[in-house]
Design a protein around this ligand. Structure first.
Ligand code: PMT
Length: 419
């Protein structure tokens, strides 16, 4: 799977550095050409000789250790890499990366490379959840750095919690999946700079209908039922779809922020209003993506004047709203239908049940109980299912990147269908 791929492996100074040996060995076994760069503190935990022996390549740690006079080592490695993987990534290196510091061989290489970068954090649970570290990780994710989330369990420091570096075999799986998805991608690639002219044709001529935000179900003129959706996920999809050349119609319920510029935005309030708006656009849509959080129930009666405080308790009778997605699933002809599922438990089972019941082509499941995933966050962590099962299990990434992956998958499947 990794034949011919050059992986620059950054090893930084935490106890999990001992796992770097297994990781090197597994990557090499799968055909990768692995070049290790260690931080000075990593050398307290594992020797250069171990990693050199496993990779059959020199191990670097000193920026000024120029072994080959014909090249500048850190630029050479930066250019050579198909992927730079930092495992384990300490809080320190994450902080340096987030702030663009370059004070050793690894961080200079990281600044110099244009290759994709992934990190596999490992640290004490309190360090991992420290607001500074979380903010640094969010910064990296928003710049497109892939995050291989640490697992939970007994940490070397004695605490139980999140912070244990992902096991080498799982990291190798993520790396393999990354390259296999990349190989199956169309020749076009979104750059991170916002100029998406290269792939402007991927959805050219397609109408993409997107819903975003949380519906508002009125109780009386001053009160309503809603949910935590900010609209960020739906907005990201609409924005990227437009960058890919689609004609986008965005239907937005209650959201926290302004929708992307230069888009057709139709504002709605309740689930029923969204249903009507969606139906008006559905017939000539090619792809329909329901990222909105739609209320399942609404008050049976909407009071026309403000309800008065009367007794100690109050009962509100709720009735079911129309399930828009399910309804579209029954009506669809050629439309490619994508649903979302916001879950907190049994994610796969609920996601697959919704996919089938609502007759979707793809279903994007997000476990909204996870850090950085679901409502209001800049990032999301999703699994994408089709009728046969899991299609893509994406690491934590910026919502625009989730959108990019999802839209490329939809474009590819739509293309396959019409050919
Ligand atoms: O907006 P953000 O803050 O960025 O958060 C993003 C998100 C968490 C809202 C988004 O990623 C997400 O998961 N959206 C779907 C949330 C949801 O309502 O899930 P659900 O499992 O309740 O519904 C399943 C699907 O049916 C959804 O596509 C939903 O739009 C649709 N539905 C649900 C009820 C209903 N009456 N009509 C519907 O169409």
């Amino acid at each position: 799977m990794l034949n011919g791929k050059v992986i620059v492996l950054g090893v930084t100074g935490g106890i999990a550095a001992y796992k770097a040996a297994t990781l090197c060995s597994r990557l090499v076994q799968r055909g990768a050409d692995v070049h290790v760069i260690m931080s000075e503190s990593a050398k307290q935990f594992i020797t250069e000789l171990t990693l050199q022996t496993l990779t059959k390549n020199p191990v670097y740690s000193d920026t000024f250790d120029e072994r080959d006079p014909s090249v500048v080592s850190h630029i050479h490695l930066a250019d050579l890499a198909d992927l730079v993987l930092v495992a384990p990534a300490t809080a320190n290196v994450i902080g340096k990366m987030a702030h663009g510091l370059a004070d050793d061989m690894l961080t200079t290489t990281l600044l110099a490379t244009t290759a994709p970068v992934m990190i596999s954090p490992a640290m004490n649970v309190h360090m991992y959840t420290h607001p500074a570290v979380m903010a640094n990780m969010e910064t990296l994710v928003s710049r497109g750095v892939g995050m291989i989330e640490p697992g939970e369990g007994l940490l070397a420091c004695g605490y139980i919690g999140k912070g244990r570096m992902e096991e080498p075999d799982s990291i190798v799986e993520v790396v393999e999946r990354f390259f296999s998805e990349r190989n199956s991608e169309p020749a076009v690639k979104l750059d991170k700079g916002g100029d998406h002219s290269m792939e402007a044709n991927l959805l050219h001529g397609k109408k993409v209908l997107v819903t975003a935000g949380g519906t508002i179900e009125r109780i009386d003129p001053v009160r309503y039922i809603t949910n935590d959706s900010s609209g960020k996920m739906g907005f990201a999809i609409a924005k990227v779809a437009k960058q890919l050349g689609a004609n986008v119609h965005l239907i937005a319920a209650h959201t926290d922020e302004a929708p992307p510029a230069d888009l057709n935005v139709e504002r709605v309030g309740s689930a029923e209003e969204m249903y009507e708006a969606v139906l008006r656009q559905f017939a000539d849509s090619d792809i329909v993506i329901k990222a909105a959080a739609v209320a399942d129930y609404r008050p049976a009666q909407v009071a026309t004047s403000k309800l008065k405080k009367l007794g100690e308790t109050m009962t509100l009778e709720l009735v079911k709203t129309t399930d828009i997605l399910e309804n579209l699933g029954q009506r669809k002809s050629s439309q490619f239908l994508i649903g979302f599922a916001a879950e907190t438990n049994s994610v796969e089972a609920f996601a697959r049940e919704k996919l089938e019941r609502k007759n979707c082509d793809l279903l994007v499941a997000n476990d909204v109980s996870q850090e950085g995933a679901g409502f209001r966050t800049e990032t999301n962590r999703v699994q994408i299912y089709d009728a046969k099962g899991l299609v893509l299990d994406l690491p934590l990434m910026a919502k625009e990147e989730v959108a990019e992956q999802l839209l490329k998958l939809a474009a590819e499947r739509l293309g396959r269908r019409s050919s």
